[in-house]
Design a protein around this ligand. Structure first.
Ligand SMILES: NC(=O)C1=CN([C@@H]2O[C@H](COP(=O)(O)OP(=O)(O)OC[C@H]3O[C@@H](n4cnc5c(N)ncnc54)[C@H](O)[C@@H]3O)[C@@H](O)[C@H]2O)C=CC1
Ligand SMILES: O=C([O-])CC(=O)C(=O)O
Length: 266
């Protein structure tokens, strides 16, 4: 039985706990939230998973696997120390790697601890195909993220647009994956994931769109290279608890955790 520490207990984290209930090979034994969130997390977990330890840091012992579902800041704060101690980590906030030097820090921490950090595909598919295609050489990779206006609330898109009054689609960002992930840390993790699997953070072209005509999070990837070309379009259902986040991200995290425990992984 793998003992899991979950960082973050919001829309993704609480759904992960629900899905892992009763799992014979994995158990969430600790949940890590910021100091100011401890009381609320304790109340939530009393209902959701009584007996789970709530803490403001990953326990230094008794943890076999860490999964981050918290946000960019949690990588420096919790993932790096866990890796240095030798605990393998699964990361959802892939956009954090848009910060200069953070990918290298993660690698060094994992090497120091003799372990591995896994970046999950999250809300996007075909990361396997893209990462394989990169080996033959990629010419261009374009990612478009299209979400309903409410998903862009609390982001820089608020400044230039009245999101409640949009009548048609608006391109709120066009640029590199690195800029997208830094400017939209809760909405452009997929942009970072696509770029890290493909052409890199600076050469991957990204467009982010607020579209009042949709109620799904629509992700499109167009890639071309020596392998040929593909176009992927995903229409993801958002989580009720957070319209920015697709439900698939939860399933992707659970898949990654189950694969860690499974004798046959897919
Ligand atoms: N790879 C992907 O496809 C996707 C990745 N994400 C990432 O997952 C993150 C979480 O998403 P949701 O659960 O929807 O957000 P949420 O806002 O519902 O929950 C975040 C949780 O993390 C906790 N938290 C925040 N900062 C923390 C820190 N420094 N240390 C420990 N806990 C912390 C909060 O208290 C809260 O419990 C997003 O911020 C985003 O970075 C989200 C969607 C897709
Ligand atoms: O969940 C999604 O649809 C994608 C998302 O928020 C992100 O890329 O950060």
């Amino acid at each position: 039985m793998l003992r899991v520490a979950l960082i973050g207990c919001g829309a993704i984290g609480s759904s992960v706990i629900e899905l892992l209930k009763g799992d014979a090979s994995l158990a969430v034994v600790a949940v890590v939230v910021p100091d100011e969130g401890l009381a609320a997390a304790q109340v939530l977990l009393q209902k959701l998973a009584p007996g789970v330890q709530v803490a403001s840091a990953v326990p230094a012992s008794g943890i076999d696997l860490v999964v981050e579902t918290a946000g960019h800041a949690a990588i420096e704060e919790h993932v790096l120390p866990a890796l240095r101690r030798g605990t393998p980590c699964v990361v959802a906030s892939v956009g954090a790697l848009s910060a200069q030097g953070l990918a290298e820090k993660l690698e060094i921490a994992a090497i120091t601890g003799g372990t591995q950090v896994q970046l999950i595909a999250g809300a996007i598919g075909a990361i396997d195909a893209l990462a394989a295609a990169r080996i033959g050489g990629l010419d261009s990779v374009r990612y478009t993220g299209r979400k309903p206006p409410q998903a862009w609330k609390g982001t820089p898109a608020d400044k230039g647009h009245d999101l409640d009054a949009l009548r048609g689609e608006v391109v709120i960002f066009e640029g590199s994956a690195r800029e997208a992930a830094a400017l939209y840390p809760k909405n452009a993790n997929v942009a970072a994931t696509v770029s890290l699997a493909g052409l890199g953070l600076d050469r991957t072209q990204v467009r982010l769109i607020a579209d009042p005509a949709i109620d799904e999070n629509v992700h499109t990837v167009e890639a071309e290279g020596a392998f040929g070309r593909f176009e992927l379009s995903m229409r993801n259902k958002p989580l009720a608890a957070n319209p920015k986040t697709s439900a698939l991200t939860v399933y992707s995290a659970v898949r990654a955790l189950r694969n860690r425990a499974a004798a046959l992984a897919i």
